[in-house]
Ligand binder design. Sequence first.
Ligand SMILES: [Fe+2]
Length: 276
Amino acid sequence: MTNLSQVINFEQYPIDSLDSPDGLEFLRQIKEELEKQGSCVLSRFVTDEALETLAAEANQVAHLGYQGPTMATPYFFNYNIGKGLDVDENHPVNRQGKRNLRQVATDLISPDHLLSKLYRSEMMIYFISKVLGQEAYCNKDRYQSLNISVMDEGGCQQWHFDSSPMVTTLLLQEPDTGGVFEYAPGIRSDEDENFDVVRDVLDGQRENVKQLSLKRGNLSLFRGHYSLHRVTEVAGPSQRLQAILGYATDPNYEGSADSSVLHYGPRIATLESSML
Ligand SMILES: [Fe+2]
């Protein structure tokens, strides 16, 4: 199934004709929503047939996911963010939340899998470039570019900010209940970390918090660098499986090896040293 007309739901989304009047209007709506809401969800982005294949292939590799850190702050391991500040233990830079998920690294997902083909397709890269308004590329990192996030029963992700300006995800399998995506749109900017309001959200204040009920087959574009977000606890035996499609605006972008070891396990250090 490499013909993308059988994979992407072109009837609803003119991804194959983005320079046509329909395509331009579609892009305008996406950009407007991203600007206003900080997110844009395209439901049934892939066809039902493709979703069956994508979910089945994800299930084949889900057991390979590595747990990684079980507690993390909203800023992960960016310790510099609190540098020079007089911060107490309740300050957001010191607040660790529960992180319970496993990530399947890129090198464990077969290039023959439909997900890999969709991710690397020229059409997807062109689509993301148009949304971002600048040239986009598949992230070159051997481990971090395409991931599958696996949440078992009790799985969740702590409140956090992403490091990249926009994150593209595709939900492949829904949990029975829970696993809800929550976010506080545009809570910080390049100029202002807005720590007081971030602290309010961490303390349970809901005024700035929205929920996205993601369904399988949803493609989500999310400006997670400026929006604090989390995934609530998954309940029931069905795993939540979500593909993370890493696109970059720097053609040479590669993540750090330390971060890969942390998120994908000590096997990465062994692999890297054998390549020296
Ligand atoms: Fe995130």
